[in-house]
Design a protein around this ligand. Structure first.
Ligand code: LLP
Length: 424
């Protein structure tokens, strides 16, 4: 469910016609819907209503835009961060430190120290080596780090290989067989307090069965740890719930079905559950608005050349991801076309032989479900400045990230002395 809909023949975000934003800000531009963000946060919370005080820690990586973060922080969501930068952004947006979890295989000592000083809730550690480093950092600061041991349960999440994280060959987590020993290690190290177990097996999951298998293994581990005399207070079940990208494909499981599965599997665990949803909260709360530069004749189908490129939205070329397209002012006609960007790579292709709304030069097109892993993965490849972002709330809208001027991009470069003006 989202709040992008046709009204008087024009695609709107809530009560704002998208062409108005395109006129004012130019294209390409990401547009987010506050109502959709709020709705998803509430639906997710309602789906977990049977659980005792769960923490929903929004996965900041999905969309770290300040307005998105603050909207979710106002819904009392926490944050799952994977860098000090994400912790800093979450704090800046108003997420209290005691709702922030820090994950990631490559936390540096400096990041650990900054997060410890900020007083975050928990570090999800991903290796024994990391435990030693965190211990040394915490001890030097005379602070205690609450840690959860992230377990790699060796479960195939059945998603795209580049976003699967819970198989033994993936870099994430500590193998199940070593997890109890890693927990004991944490208990023995100064400055660390093991508080729980964490797991995350992948993203855009369209089947609950692998999640259930992973959670069952976590349940066994908790029992094993307690039998060995370790206290276990929390279980962080990660994120991963998929969203519908393609209206013609079966819809992924609902948050309700996910919540019911979690309630069943975790019954009797007697822990505080933490969740790290990203895409499920923000995925279809955003669109990428783009304008058709021209329609070029192709061998079989026309090429719709739009002003957004793979640098603005990399998901199609990186993961073969599907995004639906909708004309902002549909004429009621359809055609089959290839949708491509202006970047000089064949991979700058958003869709091939796609049946879609007929569009022509100058028309606006919306890439749907572009709220997650979209603006945040943008680059300046081909010297294309970073895409601006706007957010709508009812009939109000505002730019929440300015379009980066090319001058700003150029100004970041420095010439070495031997090439500078004076020495020309
Ligand atoms: N927790 C951890 C430890 C994660 O690694 C991730 C995502 C999440 C939570 C949030 O997962 P979600 O609920 O959003 O599925 N760029 C890719 C997705 C990468 C996901 C990385 N980790 C894409 O565009 O599909």
């Amino acid at each position: 469910m989202h709040h992008f809909h046709l009204c008087d023949g024009v695609l709107h975000a809530e009560d704002v016609p998208l062409d108005r934003i395109a006129e004012a800000v130019g294209t390409p531009v990401y547009v987010y819907s506050t109502a959709t963000l709020v709705r998803h946060a509430r639906v997710f919370r309602a789906a977990l209503a049977g659980l005792d005080d769960p923490l929903i820690a929004y996965a900041v990586k999905a969309n770290p835009n300040a307005a998105v973060l603050r909207t979710l922080a106002r819904e009392r969501l926490g944050a799952d961060a994977v860098s000090w930068g994400e912790v800093a952004r979450a704090l800046h947006a108003g997420v209290p430190a005691e709702r922030i979890v820090l994950s990631g295989v490559g936390k540096t000592g400096d990041e650990m120290a900054a997060a410890l000083r900020a007083g975050i809730l928990q570090f999800n550690i991903e290796s024994e080596q990391e435990a030693h480093t965190l211990s040394a950092v915490a001890a030097a600061l005379d602070l205690t780090a609450a840690v959860a041991v992230r377990v790699n349960p060796d479960v195939d999440a059945g998603t795209h290989a580049k976003i699967s994280t819970g198989k033994s060959e993936n870099k994430f987590g500590i193998p199940y067989a070593r997890a109890a020993a890693a927990y004991a290690l944490c208990a023995s190290l100064s400055g660390l307090e093991p508080v729980g177990i964490a797991v995350h097996i992948g993203s855009q999951l369209t089947d609950l069965a692998p999640l259930e298998r992973a959670f069952e293994r976590i349940g066994q581990l908790i029992a094993e740890l307690r039998a060995a005399g370790h206290p276990v207070h929390r279980a962080d079940l990660g994120g991963g719930l998929g969203v519908p990208y393609d209206a013609d494909q079966p819809a992924p499981p609902t948050p309700e079905a996910y919540g019911a599965m979690v309630a069943r599997v975790t019954e009797g665990w007697d822990v505080r559950l933490i969740f790290e949803p990203g895409r499920a909260l923000v995925g279809n709360a955003g669109v990428l608005l783009t304008r058709v530069i021209r329609v070029k004749a192709g061998a079989e189908h026309p090429f719709v050349v739009v002003d957004a490129g793979m640098n603005d939205l990399i998901r199609p070329t990186l993961y073969d991801a599907w995004h639906d397209f909708r004309a902002v002012a549909p004429r009621g006609e359809r055609f089959t076309a290839n949708v491509v960007g202006p970047v000089c790579e064949t991979g700058d292709t958003f869709a091939t032989a796609r049946p879609m709304d007929r569009v022509g030069e100058g028309d606006l097109l919306a890439f749907m479900t572009a709220g997650a892993y979209a603006a945040t993965m943008a680059s300046t490849y081909n010297s294309r400045p970073l895409t601006p972002e706007a957010i709508v709330s009812g009939d109000r809208w505002a730019v929440t990230r300015e379009r980066q001027p090319i001058e700003a991009l150029i100004a970041m470069d420095r010439l070495p002395p031997w090439l500078s003006e004076e020495n020309k």
